[in-house]
Every structure is written in structure tokens, then in C-alpha cells.
Design a protein around this ligand. Structure first.
Ligand SMILES: C[S@@+](CC[C@H](N)C(=O)[O-])C[C@H]1O[C@@H](n2cnc3c(N)ncnc32)[C@H](O)[C@@H]1O
Length: 293
């Protein structure tokens, strides 16, 4: 994708507006409101929108997305009777799997009305599955296990201590938190990466920031959460993005019909740029497992 398609912006600008840590910034839901049908064109059938885990090279994207969820559930030791909290549940597949395949009860939090509407179609009468239009900032009910895939990128660094503090408050002494997030990894002086980050912020995400590893582990430790395990999934994000790009390009006409040519092109710039930075190692993606210290 030609770099010239990325709009020029002021580099070094501070994008963050500070919000009190107990307040939810609804802008973090903006990216998910374009159209459920648009996302369904290029995500896998489970509508999972984070890095997958290709356990075997011949897996489909759908299988790899559920392999990623199962990998996380194994790490936290999810089992029958556990109450799971999924922070940033997206279209709801993870929480539904916890209930259907692991015998847990589950609550999923999202800031997107479109996602909530879709996720609620998964709820069957009598099952212990619930989705809420609510941020972690106000969520109070205790739980046994917490997972979060691809949502931390929206929280922004002033809120990291409050996020880990809230997880610590909600978990019992033997509780576990599995956090999957994109990180800024290899030190980079790349002007193009800064320009790309500005484009993403301005055009598609509104509220986002990528943490360095120490910005994840440090505040977690301060909040009383001990890092037990960390695993990079970086090559898996390249494969995930390549699958999304192929799907989106294959559905070009329908994607433009549902949204616009401009939005279709912005998504391609975003997905192709993201794949490039995961390939180079300037961005990474990790699953962090925390226990109560
Ligand atoms: C990239 S999506 C990932 C969705 C899902 N975890 C998955 O893997 O498919 C990010 C999700 O984080 C949610 N989110 C962002 N900020 C949040 C907050 N403060 N509290 C709860 N959810 C939040 C968004 O609404 C969205 O559902």
C-alpha cells in the first residue's frame, strides 16, 4: 500500500485527554459502530477482532481464533463454576465459549451498542451469560477469572494503574488475569510509524495508545498482580492480518456498498500498515498472565 495514501499530520502531538480513572470514555467504542455487517465481511464467523493463534499451519482463521481463546482459558485454568469477566468482549464469542465449553458463567463488557446488540443474540434462556454496555471503570461484581483481548489498547496509559487496581479488587486470592495486548516493541525512530499512529488515531480509533512492555508489567505489579507468564504471538498477528486483508479485498464491492470507498480504503491502509509493523517487530502482541501477589 503506497505510503502517500496516509494523510499527513502533526507528529509528536499528544492525543490523550486526561479523564478521571473512574470515568469511561465512550469514544473507545467508536471504532466498532461502523456496521456489524461490514465487520462480518472480513472477520471470521465468530466475529473475533484480535490476534488469533495458529496452533497448526492448516487451521482456518475461525479455528485459530478459538485456539487463542482456549490457550488463554487454559492459562487461567478456567473451569466449571468459575465466574469469568471478559473486559472488551467485542461481539461476544469469548464469553459465550466460556459458558458453552467450560461450564463457567460469564459477563462481557463492551462500549459499543452494535456489539452489544449482536452479542446478546448469543444468550439462551437459563444460561449464565450476560453482556453489558459498560466499561471496567464502573464494573463492581467480583469474579474468579478475567480475560481481555485487544481492549487494553483503548485504555491509554493514565488509566493503566486504575485498570490493574480494578482487576485486583475483583479477583480472589487464587484469581487470574489474562491480558492480550499489542505493544510497542522494538525501539523505533521511524517517522512513518508515527505518521501511521496519527492516521489510526485520527481516522479510525479516536482513543488508542500502544504500551511498552514495562508499562504493562509495572502498573500491574504496583496494583498487586504478579506476572506469571508472558508469550509473544507476533507471527500470529501477521497471519491474522493477512487473512483479514484477503477477506476484505475479496468483499470490496460489498464493503463499499455497506460503508464507502473512503472507509474501505482507510481500513486497508490500517490493516496493511499493521501487518508491516508486526513483521518488522516495531509492534508486538503478548498474552500476559497475572496472579494475585
Ligand atoms: C478490538 S475489540 C476486541 C474485542 C474482543 N475482545 C475480541 O477479541 O474480539 C476491543 C473491545 O474493547 C472494548 N473496550 C474499549 N474500552 C473499554 C473499556 N474501558 N471497558 C470495557 N470495554 C472496552 C470495545 O468496546 C471493544 O469491544
Amino acid at each position: 500500500m503506497a505510503e502517500s495514501r496516509i494523510p499527513r499530520g502533526r507528529v509528536g502531538q499528544t492525543y490523550r485527554r486526561s479523564l478521571p480513572s473512574d470515568q469511561t470514555d465512550r469514544n473507545a467504542g467508536f471504532h466498532y459502530e461502523f456496521s456489524n455487517e461490514f465487520y462480518a465481511l472480513w472477520l471470521d464467523p465468530t466475529m473475533t477482532y484480535s490476534c488469533a493463534y495458529f496452533e497448526r499451519p492448516d487451521q482456518t482463521l475461525e479455528e485459530a481464533q478459538m485456539a487463542k481463546v482456549d490457550l488463554a482459558f487454559r492459562k487461567v485454568g478456567l473451569g466449571p463454576g468459575h465466574r469469568l469477566l471478559d473486559v472488551g468482549c467485542g461481539w461476544g464469542a469469548t464469553a459465550a465459549r466460556a459458558v458453552e465449553k467450560y461450564g463457567a458463567s460469564a459477563v462481557g463488557l463492551t462500549l459499543s451498542q452494535n456489539q452489544l446488540t449482536y452479542a446478546q443474540t448469543r444468550v439462551r434462556p437459563g444460561t449464565a451469560l450476560e453482556y453489558r454496555l459498560e466499561g471496567w471503570e464502573t464494573y463492581q461484581a467480583p469474579c474468579d477469572r478475567i480475560v481481555s483481548f485487544g481492549a487494553f489498547e483503548h485504555f491509554t496509559s493514565p488509566k493503566y494503574p486504575a485498570f490493574f487496581g480494578r482487576c485486583r479488587e475483583l479477583l480472589p486470592a487464587d484469581g487470574r488475569l489474562l491480558l492480550q495486548t499489542i505493544t510497542v516493541s522494538k525501539p523505533s525512530r521511524s517517522f512513518e510509524l508515527l505518521r501511521f499512529a496519527y492516521f489510526l488515531h485520527k481516522e479510525l480509533f479516536q482513543r488508542s495508545e500502544l504500551p511498552r512492555l514495562e508499562q504493562v508489567v509495572g502498573p500491574a505489579r504496583e496494583a498487586g498482580l504478579e506476572l506469571l507468564h508472558a508469550e509473544t504471538l507476533r507471527p500470529h498477528y501477521v497471519a491474522t492480518l493477512e487473512a483479514w486483508i484477503a477477506n476484505l479485498e475479496g468483499q470490496k464491492a460489498e464493503a463499499i456498498r455497506l460503508t464507502s470507498t473512503a472507509l474501505y480504503e482507510k481500513f486497508l491502509v490500517y490493516l496493511e500498515g499493521a501487518a508491516r509493523y508486526f513483521r518488522s517487530g516495531e509492534t508486538g502482541v503478548y498474552q500476559f498472565l497475572f496472579g494475585v501477589a
